[in-house]
Write a protein that binds this ligand. Structure first.
Ligand code: NVA
Length: 319
């Protein structure tokens, strides 16, 4: 017989309440200011980091961050582990949960990480699925706080494949942070309607808003934060040729930046394809804070791992 799990996970952006998200961002800022101050993984305890898809920033930032927290990062190659094929996700979860204090997983459908979390017995963190990339958006909110002083009340516009993980995570995380979130993409590349509705529900309680804006110019107008992402997410490579033409009007270029608010900042989760979703002038230009954003992955992920490992984070047991 199984009882409800007391373990907290970070599988999607709204696994944190607005207050908890703010607390995690405060912690991230504190850990950035004093990187070796806190060692919740002292021992060292092991964190398993599994990749079913390519990685650079995620592997580098988790490995470095886990070491800074006093822990031992154990990188697992998903192509060798063949989770769900060679053995079931539940069996892998049970095995890794006996070796590691926390599991980080980059994989395909969200249902896979939900299943991992159901059986692991330790916190599970989403390092990107087809539907969400919540560690990236925590890093982005930290970056916005640093450059704009706050998040609430600001307008954040995402131009591109709004049906992808980044579009969804900006909608939900921005709504939690009290932002006005606009996502814009070509017909057929809008967000999952259920997730847009979820963002609107959250925004109603935080003073923010969430909308799909079909026209990229209207979406960029007056935005404080302008964001894009690759037009071809991992796993969608076979569609690449068609997408470049369809997505051209959503390119983050000097015209889009000119429509934004004065002093607007530019974000990109990377990897970036200059001349496709973003121009070199914008990516390498004065309004880009992309390298701060990339660094902030480490600080944000240290914060969410520390938060999930804190005994007090179990207080929502049974909710
Ligand atoms: N939407 C992109 C994000 C990469 C960090 C992808 O899934 O490939």
């Amino acid at each position: 017989m199984t009882s409800p799990s007391p373990v907290r996970h970070f599988l999607r952006d709204d696994d944190l309440t607005p207050a908890e998200q703010s607390e995690v961002l405060d912690l991230a800022a504190a850990l950035k200011a004093d990187p070796y101050a806190s060692k919740p993984l002292a021992g060292p305890q092991t964190v398993a980091i599994i990749f079913d898809k390519p990685t650079l920033r995620t592997q580098a930032s988790f490995v470095a961050g886990i070491a800074e927290l006093g822990g031992n990062p154990m990188v697992v190659d998903g192509t060798l582990a063949q989770i769900g094929t060679r053995e079931s996700i539940a069996d892998v979860a049970r095995v890794l949960g006996r070796q590691a204090s926390l599991i980080v997983w980059r994989t395909y459908d969200q249902s896979r990480i939900d299943e991992m979390a159901a059986h692991a017995g330790v916190p599970v963190v989403n390092a990107l699925t087809d539907q969400f990339h919540p560690c990236q958006t925590l890093a982005d909110l930290l970056t916005i706080r640093e450059h704009k002083g706050a998040t609430a009340g600001l307008t954040m516009t995402f131009l591109g494949d709004s049906a992808c993980n980044m579009g969804h995570s900006y909608l939900i995380s921005g709504a939690l942070a009290g932002m006005h979130v606009r996502v814009s993409g070509p017909e057929g590349f809008g967000p999952d309607p259920a997730l847009l509705a979820r963002a609107q529900e959250i925004a109603a309680g935080t003073g923010g808003s969430a909308a799909f804006v079909a026209d990229p110019k209207a979406a960029a107008e007056g935005a404080d934060v302008l964001i894009t992402d690759t037009w071809v997410s991992m796993g969608k490579e076979s569609e690449a040729i068609d997408r470049a033409e369809v997505f051209r009007p959503w390119q983050l270029n000097e015209h889009a930046v000119a429509l934004g608010a004065p002093g607007a900042i530019v974000l990109h989760c990377l990897p970036a394809y200059r001349g496709k979703e973003i121009t070199a002038e914008v990516l390498d230009g004065p309004q880009s804070v992309i390298w701060d954003e990339a660094e902030n992955r480490r600080h944000a992920q240290k914060a969410i791992m520390s938060y999930l490992l804190r005994p007090s984070s179990l207080s929502r047991r049974g909710e």
